[in-house]
Design a protein around this ligand. Structure first.
Ligand code: FPP
Length: 230
């Protein structure tokens, strides 16, 4: 969800106004995703590296998140959307964690639609945490490194139980992944749009899905193997 700062700057507004508008887009895209049948939507809301930002901006983002969770939980329940988080959420401020826990609990019974918020998330810290958890299993005699596989390691990633992303969309014209789901997106289709996140809309989301639908995903195989001649 990149480009909030530039959206605000272009209008002579403080950066936080861009984030505020960004929350509106979050609502729009959740609605759009449900309408298109996308069952899993992950939003990169705060990276493990975002703590480097000025304290005022970090605090404002935490407040926006807290308010979003408080105001949107009823909406998620009405829409039967289950909330998940990925990232080191135990390091978030207590007030955010309280709202998060409430929202997670309130939506825990839903199975069809899933909203995943990446909060204090970064792939590198995720891999470090997964490796440490796996090592503890080895030390306890429950895992044998000789039998290690990606599937076994992935059980310790914070996305355990969630499917890999099929499509990753980055807004704002940057062509980077920025530590987002690096392992899980190994075979994801990547789509970069110049639109700043606050201007991203349902129509653009649906256009991204249409572009995705037109791509050939070979997962290491050949075109011929995917579509053998009749
Ligand atoms: C990146 O844009 C955006 C963020 C670091 C924060 C995204 C957060 C929200 C949209 C609001 C909170 C989220 C939820 C789910 C309620 P940037 O600030 O780096 O933009 P710039 O590159 O133009 O400066």
């Amino acid at each position: 969800m990149d480009g909030n700062g530039r959206w605000a700057k272009q209008r002579g507004l403080p950066r936080i106004e861009g984030h505020r508008r960004g929350v509106e887009t979050v609502r729009t895209i959740i609605e759009a995703a449900k309408g298109t049948g996308v069952r899993y939507l992950t939003l990169y809301a705060f990276s493990a590296e975002n703590w480097k930002r000025p304290a005022a901006e970090v605090n404002a983002l935490m407040l926006l998140l807290q308010r979003f969770l408080r105001s949107e939980t009823k909406e998620l329940v009405d829409k039967k959307i289950r909330l998940h988080t990925i990232g080191r959420t135990h390091e978030l401020p207590d007030a955010v964690r309280t709202e998060l826990d409430r929202a997670l609990q309130a939506t825990a019974q839903f199975t069809e639609w899933h909203l995943i918020l990446a909060l204090n998330y970064g792939s590198r810290t995720e891999v470090v945490d997964a490796a440490a958890a796996y090592a503890r299993e080895v030390a306890a005699g429950r895992e044998d490194p000789a039998q290690c596989s990606y599937e076994k390691l992935a059980r310790h990633l914070c996305t355990a139980g969630l499917p890999d992303p099929d499509l990753v969309i980055r807004t704002s014209g940057e062509s980077r992944i920025s530590n987002f789901l690096l392992l899980q997106a190994a075979y994801a289709e990547l789509l970069f749009t110049p639109t700043l996140w606050p201007d991203f809309c349902g129509e653009q989301f649906r256009a991204a899905l249409a572009e995705f639908a037109g791509r050939e995903r070979r997962f290491g195989a050949t075109s011929e193997q995917l579509q053998p001649p009749a």
